[in-house]
Write a protein that binds this ligand. Structure first.
Ligand SMILES: [Zn+2]
Length: 262
């Protein structure tokens, strides 16, 4: 029997992509001025599609937020509107401050801890009742040294690990098994991304051929979605669950008609 399923989306926007900024070798753009951030039209369309899809089901969703986006009024409105529309179905997690791919750089506990503190503040000020100390490393760039600072900053759950052999280049000096061991010994609960046949099925894998074929099968065969009144207790428990994630931006695909095949 399939595990029950926890659904989550990330609030990535174009300017935060590793190809643009925040990655030691992949970033080709100029470093961004976060004070000038404004949600792209595509992200705005994504929020609209997300809202329409939410009306077709009763699934709870955790939104992992890039906390610097909360410094923009339009973004806050987009997020508040979704929460107002579905008050009992949304929880919030932290997706970093500026979407830095931490493990592509040398370890920097001090800087990482300061980022977590700032993010916690922004998230708590925005909506303390829905914010859970749940972390997802931007673009899945996680290194073992990040586990202890997360725990110290009060985080309970991490959902950064893509436990597929093809993603092992994202863990700094380590691989995903070593990162999982570090998370485990720190006392954090890990909620790794769903894989099938050893391959990723979440995020970009949904759209990259041929991974997309394997992904579609995994999503079609997903287990029962955990009901909203059990999300927090299940995610923070030791029970086995399946973690599925995608991006709010995805709802802008196919002229705004894309929906996850659940
Ligand atoms: Zn992201």
């Amino acid at each position: 029997m399939n595990n029950r399923v926890w659904l989550s989306v990330d609030t990535d926007d174009f300017q935060f992509l590793p190809s643009v900024q925040g990655h030691k070798s992949r970033s080709k753009g100029k470093s961004i001025d976060l004070t000038k951030y404004h949600p792209s039209e595509t992200l705005i369309q994504g929020f609209a599609g997300f809202c329409l899809w939410m009306k077709t089901n009763d699934f709870p969703v955790t939104i992992f937020v890039i906390s610097s986006q909360l410094e923009n009024e339009k973004f806050r409105t987009l997020l508040s509107d979704i929460i107002e529309e579905f008050p009992d179905r949304i929880t919030l997690g932290c997706h970093g401050y500026d979407h830095r791919s931490w493990s592509s750089f040398e370890p920097d506990v001090e800087k990482f801890s300061a980022m977590l503190e700032k993010s916690n503040q922004l998230m708590t000020n925005f909506d303390s009742s829905r914010y859970r100390k749940w972390f997802r490393a931007p673009s899945g760039y996680f290194a073992s040294w990040m586990a202890e600072p997360l725990k110290k900053a009060g985080f309970v759950v991490d959902s950064s690990i893509n436990p597929s052999f093809i993603m092992n280049y994202k863990y700094g000096e380590d691989n995903h098994k070593q990162a999982l061991a570090a998370i485990d010994s720190s006392g954090l609960i890990e909620r790794p991304w769903k894989c099938k046949n050893g391959l990723p099925v979440c995020g970009p894998a949904l759209f990259k051929f041929p991974l997309s074929i394997n992904s579609r099968i995994a999503w079609k065969n997903a287990g029962e979605i955990i009901p909203s009144n059990q999300v927090i207790s299940e995610v923070e428990s030791s029970n086995q669950i399946d973690t599925f994630y995608w991006h709010i931006l995805d709802f802008s695909r196919k002229n705004g008609t894309w929906i996850p095949s659940l």
